[in-house]
Design a protein around this ligand. Structure first.
Ligand code: MLC
Ligand code: AMP
Length: 514
């Protein structure tokens, strides 16, 4: 079999072409409602033919900044089939953020939202992109119009396991975002391992309410379903009411912790409502033991928490059978090696916190165009340093205790303070800034900026936020700005973020939603 990840999906699809692949909820904005696995083969085949006709060659990149829709998924699969690396971009990015990723990755083709096409086509052209086509949620883009005239049959291009299947941009603690290169083997090994340990099969119906431009919604939720021949109830976005309506006809849900705390806020989340569900899975951010316990009390289900990251896919998971420990992220996935290294650079003892390091077929191939950037993140014996801190308990469960990297995770989305601070420091009224995450009942953590003004300036929080919006995607913009005379510093002159975190611990009110 070819190393192309799509071959795995294709084998499944051809074995049961009439099975449902994707069904839509009430009022979905796309033109057709339900798709079978035969439809998947045809639609992705037509897109693959279109991409080849526009000049995309194996090894090229196809960037997509589209709203969530079945066609956006078929375009992803078409990109795999034509042998290109798929590069999804958050549609919430500002033009500056988009232009940066496009010029760095130089894709052969850029797919964007119809309403953004007029604005983004020249930006893409200036970034070296040869072709830009729009792709809309209701079949209303140039790519869809052209694909309708393309042959639905396409012989999937053979790829080696190490060839690139995707590039995902992820910000860093320093500098600009970097493109994490993921191979066909990275994605295949991970989705097969997850399918098996979570027991996904053709009998499953997954409620898919995550965005599809991240690892979680695309490579975990979607790829696992495709590798199992399962069905997806495909929601345009998170919608607690719709999820609860669909629950009695579904078997599984994957989400970030905010999904679960928002579901808990609904009185109609009950034992009966969740009776047909087989598994609720959480990841991308810490699930509080309190949410875990409340969800179990309400539905009878212990949420299965897992841990991963863009560069590594999924690393560890609580067991399907056996104890799903609140606060733990479980055991390393089959084939994945995880170790904890203490400050002295030695293996940490049981219960001792240290840096979490990972090695295995899931670990990425480095950063696009930046061979040096990944080098420092790998140990001599090939372990990737995640930047997360954790420990193993006596039973071998991994716990995440914190992060070495200066990172905020807000509703499952990563915000790197360095990027927000750089944008703040460019404002004439700001002398210096420190951006921290403060506990937030809905988002887990929310972004808070503490700024010290330039002499004589009196920055207005509303104006500061307005200025930031021009440069940063909405989720990165601080939810609160605090102005103080001077930032606390230690004897070495370093800003004491720990002091700020303590001072503003309650800035967003009590931690718990209740
Ligand atoms: C949206 N907004 C957020 C936000 N999501 N602000 C902070 N944090 C967030 N997570 C902002 C928007 O910019 C917008 O602001 C306003 O909130 C309303 O937007 P919305 O789209 O209506 O928000 P909402 O529906 O409430 O979305 C919240 C959410 C969503 C939690 C449902 O963010 C979500 O689906 N998160 C999942 C992210 C995810 O898939 N993470 C996986 C990463 S992969 P404005 O002002 O612009 O209008 C990974 C690896 C792994 O981490 O292990 O999985
Ligand atoms: P990303 O760069 O978006 O892939 O985010 C990856 C980061 O999310 C990891 O390095 C962790 O810090 C965090 N993360 C993912 N899953 C969990 C989890 N279950 N518990 C705590 N943190 C998590």
């Amino acid at each position: 079999m070819s190393g192309n990840l799509f071959s795995l999906f294709e084998e499944r699809a051809r074995s049961a072409p009439r099975s449902a692949f994707l069904t839509s909820p009430r009022g979905a904005p796309w033109s057709e409602v339900d798709y079978s696995y035969a439809d998947l083969l045809e639609r992705s085949g037509a897109f693959a033919n279109l991409f080849a006709q526009t000049g995309v060659r194996p090894g090229d990149r196809i960037a997509a900044q589209t709203d969530k829709s079945p066609d956006a998924l078929f375009a992803y699969l078409g990109a795999l089939r034509v042998g290109a690396a798929y590069l999804p971009l958050n549609p919430g990015y500002t033009d500056e953020e988009t232009a940066y990723a496009l010029s760095d990755a130089s894709p052969a083709l850029f797919l964007c939202r119809p309403e953004a096409s007029g604005r983004l086509s020249p930006i893409a052209a200036a970034s070296g992109v040869k072709t830009t086509l729009s792709l809309g949620v209701a079949g209303d883009g140039e790519a869809q119009t052209l694909a309708r005239d393309c042959d639905a049959a396409f012989k999937t291009i053979s790829r080696a396991p190490d060839d690139l299947a995707a590039i995902l941009y992820t910000s860093g603690t320093t500098g600009r975002p970097k493109g994490a290169m993921l191979s066909h083997e990275n994605l295949r090994s991970n989705c097969e391992a997850l399918r098996d340990i979570w027991r996904f099969s053709e009998d499953d119906a997954l409620i898919h309410a995550l965005p599809i431009f991240h690892v979680h919604g695309l490579f975990v939720a979607t790829n696992v379903c495709l590798a199992a021949g399962a069905r997806m109830r495909f929601l345009p976005r998170f919608d607690a009411e719709e999820i609860l309506r669909l629950m009695p006809e579904a078997t599984s849900l994957m989400g970030v912790p905010t999904f679960y705390s928002r579901l808990l806020a609904r009185p109609d989340l009950t034992l009966e409502r969740a009776a047909s569900m087989r598994v609720f899975i959480s990841g991308s951010a810490p699930l509080s033991p309190e949410t875990h316990d409340r969800f179990k009390a309400r539905t009878g289900h212990a949420i299965l928490e897992r841990y991963g990251m863009t560069e590594t896919g999924m690393i560890a998971s609580n067991p399907y059978d056996g104890d799903r420990k609140p606060g733990a992220v479980g055991f390393p996935l089959p084939g994945v090696e995880v170790r904890v290294t203490n400050e002295a650079g030695r293996p940490a003892a049981e219960g001792e916190t240290g840096g979490i390091e990972v090695r295995g077929p899931n670990v990425f191939k480095g950063y696009w165009n930046r061979p040096e950037a990944a080098e420092t993140e790998f140990s001599d014996d090939g372990y990737f340093r995640t930047g997360d801190l954790g420990h193993f308990d006596a039973s071998g469960y991994l716990f995440i205790d914190g992060r070495e990297k200066d990172l905020i995770i807000s509703g499952g989305l990563n915000v790197y303070p360095a990027e927000v601070e750089a944008a703040l420091d460019r404002l004439p009224s700001v002398a210096e800034s420190a951006v921290i995450g403060a506990p937030h009942a809905d988002l887990g953590e929310a972004v808070l900026a503490v700024i010290a003004p330039e002499t004589g300036a009196a920055p207005d929080a509303k104006e500061v936020i307005k200025s930031l919006r021009a440069n940063l995607a909405g989720y990165k913009v601080p939810k609160k700005i605090v102005v103080i005379d001077a930032l606390p510093r230690n004897a070495m002159g370093k800003i004491q973020k720990s002091v700020l975190r303590q001072t503003y611990e309650d800035a967003f009110g009590p931690r718990s939603a209740e």
